[in-house]
Design a protein around this ligand. Structure first.
Ligand code: NAD
Length: 396
């Protein structure tokens, strides 16, 4: 990919990181951000005017970048961009894709990093409706664990994945895009067969809702002093690992059933994915519990909390571990389970409890008929109700 214009939609941890990692390594590419939130746009604008570079640090090296442009409206952001990367929580995907689609040039390629669940269903329908034919792709996860230290200025990369999967629509672009993204992100990226492998292979949908459920079901009103907030991933014990394994096994049953019609071999058991993704960061791989507890990338990552009265902290059930990973991950997988006829009692139990916590309704009497189901990317919302229909979208 030579001297391209690349726009990253989003202004969060991952967007900062990707922008600096690409621009530092490939100064000939034009790199910019589409910032639809005015306060974020203003901060970046001031920094650009003052010539303040974005600095992203790992333990080994620093990436420095002065962005080429920023945009606060979709037309300026994408109308002459070659590559458009959505590095956003999944709840912002649809609104962003709706905004940018009218302005896409024919050759533009769009990627969601990470894809989370069901992008293949919504984006295929959107492109058909808009009479567009753009290639799109997703990554299985964000390549980095990263946190902004100072907005628009400084980011810490806590760790990076050893390898990340990519799938595209049409499928034939996955090899080419994996090679290009491996270079841009300085990380090995390998091609999956198809996008449903991303939807089912999204391990965040298991890990985050599963840990939140295990830690807080029946313990919802717990409070912590600021210095006593427990670790999140390092807090995985045998009981939590058991729940995560059951959830992972249910996803594998769906993949197995679907695998007779659509390739799903890249949907891995949770423990295999964890060990593959963090090969050099995990000290003890003997069990799922140990693999979580001894992963150094998770050092210092705590339970999500919000401040309550008198300096006490309470679990934040609106955090993206619940509000993103359940509706935009687990519920979509549940939609595919319904099509394949696979039962998912553990996943259902987690969806029901987490839905209560965020005051949403997806599952009612074992059916995806809740009030809020219209807002998620289950295949059924796009008229896909059979394995044949799934094949039609996924095997393009
Ligand atoms: P983030 O929470 O930092 O991103 C928030 C940004 O998204 C905001 O700053 C804003 O620019 C944009 N945004 C939010 N709501 C929006 C809306 N309604 N419309 C338009 N834009 C909106 O997210 P992140 O940490 O960069 O993560 C991006 C994705 O990667 C998420 O799916 C996350 O779960 C995943 N992920 C992140 C990490 C990490 O370490 N940061 C690790 C693994 C996966």
């Amino acid at each position: 990919m030579r001297d391209k214009k690349i726009v990253i939609c989003g202004g969060g941890n991952g967007a900062h990181t990707a922008a600096a990692v690409i621009k530092d390594q490939f100064p000939n590419h034009q790199i910019g951000l589409f910032l639809s939130i005015p306060s974020e746009f203003e901060i970046f604008k001031k920094n650009l005017e003052k010539g303040i570079a974005l600095k992203v640090m790992t333990k080994q090296r620093t990436f420095m970048a002065l962005l080429d442009f920023i945009a606060d409206n979709p037309k300026d952001a994408v109308s002459d961009s070659d590559l458009i990367l959505l590095i956003l929580p999944a709840f912002a995907h649809e609104i962003t894709l709706e905004a940018i689609t009218p302005y896409l040039k024919d050759e533009a390629i769009i990627g969601a990093i990470p894809a989370r669940g069901g992008l293949e269903f919504s984006q295929t329908k959107r492109l058909v409706r808009s009479n567009k034919n753009n290639v799109f792709f997703g990554l299985q996860t964000l390549p980095w664990s990263c946190r902004i230290k100072e907005y628009a200025t400084l980011v810490d990369i806590l760790g990076k994945k050893e390898i990340v999967g990519l799938a595209s629509s049409p499928r034939s672009y996955a090899g080419y895009l994996s090679k290009e993204l491996s270079l841009l992100f300085d990380i090995p990226i390998y091609p999956f067969d198809n996008m449903i492998e991303l939807t089912l292979g999204n391990q965040g949908q298991i890990v985050h809702p599963g840990i939140m459920y295990s830690m807080f079901f029946g313990n919802e009103s717990v409070k912590y002093k600021r210095n006593d907030i427990p670790p999140f991933y390092h807090g995985v014990d045998e009981k939590i690992a058991d729940l995560l394994t059951k959830m992972s096994n249910e996803v594998l049953s769906i993949a197995d059933k679907l695998g007779k019609y659509i390739p799903t071999k890249n949907v891995l058991p949770l423990i295999d994915w964890l060990i593959t993704s963090y090969k050099n960061d995990i000290r003890d791989t003997s069990s799922l519990t140990k693999a979580f507890q001894t992963n150094t990338v998770y050092n210092g990552l705590k339970v999500p909390v919000k401040e309550k009265s008198e300096g006490m902290m309470a679990p934040d059930f609106m955090s993206r571990y619940v509000s993103e990973d359940m509706p935009h991950g687990l519920v979509v997988t549940r939609g595919i389970a319904a099509i394949t006829g696979v039962e998912t009692p553990t996943i259902d139990m987690v969806i029901l409890k987490l839905s209560e916590w965020i005051n949403k309704e997806y599952l009612v009497n074992d059916k995806l008929e809740g009030h809020d189901i219209k807002d998620v990317r289950i295949p059924q919302n796009y008229g896909i109700n059979s394995i044949e229909a799934l094949k039609g979208v996924v095997l393009r």
